[in-house]
Ligand binder design. Structure first.
Ligand code: FES
Ligand code: FES
Length: 168
């Protein structure tokens, strides 16, 4: 197997590793760097659970080779916040119960982040379009859309709308 040495920035830190030419970026992140936030769902570009940002664009990391990320800047869910300092999107997903098993959540949040960086005031339709490549098998999309809307408001410095009370 041919190997290549690649150098990239991951969550702001420079990483230089020698990788097999057929290793995906997802495997590189999870198995080589132990960043296990990005998940392998389908492995073929259909579910979005493996989405990370590559040079600020959302990418299905199961479809990108690690060698293709040479020289790039990669952001994973581990790079945007942690338990002691949640990103507004992470806080909003919790507040709106937009997480159940959590398998889809890192990809959802990073796709949402890419959208909000380009469009700080998206409509619901724009959010649905931006997340159209992300599948959730358990939460349902209403809470996820509400969470992104709330995070957008919070990131604009507006008071986030409280989750609607459930009745019945
Ligand atoms: S695991 Fe990459 S799109 Fe499903
Ligand atoms: S929360 Fe389980 S797949 Fe979305």
């Amino acid at each position: 197997m041919t190997e290549h040495t690649i150098t990239l920035r991951v969550n702001g830190l420079e990483e230089s590793r020698t990788v097999p030419s057929n290793q995906t970026l997802l495997s590189f992140l999870r198995d080589t760097l132990d960043l296990t936030g990005a998940k392998e769902g389908c492995g073929e570009g259909e579910c979005g659970s493996c989405i990370v940002l590559v040079d600020d664009k959302p990418v299905n990391s199961c479809l990108m080779l690690a060698v293709e990320a040479d020289g790039c800047s990669v952001t994973t869910i581990e790079g945007i916040g942690d338990a002691s300092r949640l990103h507004p999107l992470q806080s909003a997903f919790l507040a709106h119960t937009a997480v159940q098993c959590g398998f889809c959540t890192p990809g959802m949040i990073l796709a949402g982040l890419a959208l909000l960086r380009e469009n700080p005031s998206p409509t619901e339709a724009e959010i649905r379009s931006a997340l159209s490549g992300n599948l959730c098998r358990c939460t349902g999309y209403r809470q996820i859309i509400d969470a992104v809307l709330a995070a957008a408001a919070a990131m604009r410095g507006e008071a986030a709308r409280a989750p609607e009370e459930k009745t019945g």
